[in-house]
Design a protein around this ligand. Structure first.
Ligand code: 6PG
Length: 249
């Protein structure tokens, strides 16, 4: 299925994306009684999560039918300021009254990032009723876009790229100072729907390279969206889209 690009004024981006998420989640729940939703970390989605967890939208989602996962997590304690779990708890989970969504976060209390990745893969397969080597088909995956073209914690030239079928891996950060746990490329892009959320002028160069360039995905992992099995929607604010040549204005 193809990719769509929607360019939105910066102040309107969170509401437009939040409405699309509510719509997609409702479709999945109506169709099969549940929705598997993979959250993005980073700075862009926070405003969207806040809209989802407050009136009026908070009452539009059947939260108890939603199974939440994280596309990636930093190898830090859950209360660390760098934790994606903490950011999503503060902006989304803490504000949703009962019935709350089911969520499975990365267990960062185990001894090593590798163990955490292995355990997360087992958790996802158990929740989704999958066999040992099966990959999930998440209903909706949210992704940001790093200025270097990374998605989740899949960084350029990372060894995890060639292991695209690995459900969950531990990786080192490019600066070598930390570790991340990330869901792999094929699991992310086997989703029925992927939504990218990209805002800000500092992303204009990478957005052009991803959407109008021809770099291999080893160099720009976000270009793996071209292998997506489901639909891909790019939600860009006008600043992030400013260097695109052929885009609906
Ligand atoms: C993370 C995210 C990461 C993020 C991009 C974009 O854990 O940080 O998974 O992939 O989406 O780095 O981040 P911003 O939205 O802050 O630009």
């Amino acid at each position: 299925m193809g990719a769509s690009i929607e360019v939105v004024e910066p102040r309107l981006l969170p509401g437009v994306v939040a409405d699309e998420i509510i719509h997609s989640v409702a479709d999945a729940v109506d169709e099969k009684g549940r929705c598997s939703l993979v959250l993005s970390g980073g700075g862009s989605p926070g405003a969207i999560y806040r809209l989802l967890s407050h009136p009026p939208r908070v009452s539009e989602a059947k939260w108890d039918k939603i199974q939440i996962y994280w596309g990636d997590e930093r190898w830090v304690a859950k209360d660390d300021s760098q934790s994606n779990y903490r950011m999503t708890h503060e902006t989304l989970l803490a504000h949703i009254k009962d019935p709350k969504p089911m969520f499975s976060s990365v267990d960062v209390s185990v001894d090593t990032p590798e163990e955490a990745a292995q355990k997360y893969a087992e958790t996802i397969r158990k929740n989704e009723g999958l066999g040992q080597d099966e990959l999930p088909s998440f209903d909706l995956v949210l992704l940001g876009l790093g200025s270097d073209g990374h998605i989740a914690s899949i960084f350029p030239e990372s060894p995890v790229i060639k292991n695209s079928k690995e459900l969950c891996s531990a990786v080192r950060t490019p600066d070598g100072k930390g570790h991340r746990i990330t869901i792999g490329l094929d699991a992310l892009f086997s989703a029925k729907q992927v939504i990218f959320i990209v805002r800000g002028e500092r992303k204009a160069d990478i957005v052009k390279k991803v959407l109008e360039g021809d770099d291999p995905f080893e160099k720009i992992p976000a270009r793996y969206y071209l292998n997506a099995k489901g639909s891909v929607m790019w939600f860009l604010d006008s600043a992030a889209a400013k260097k695109l040549t052929n885009v609906p204005r």
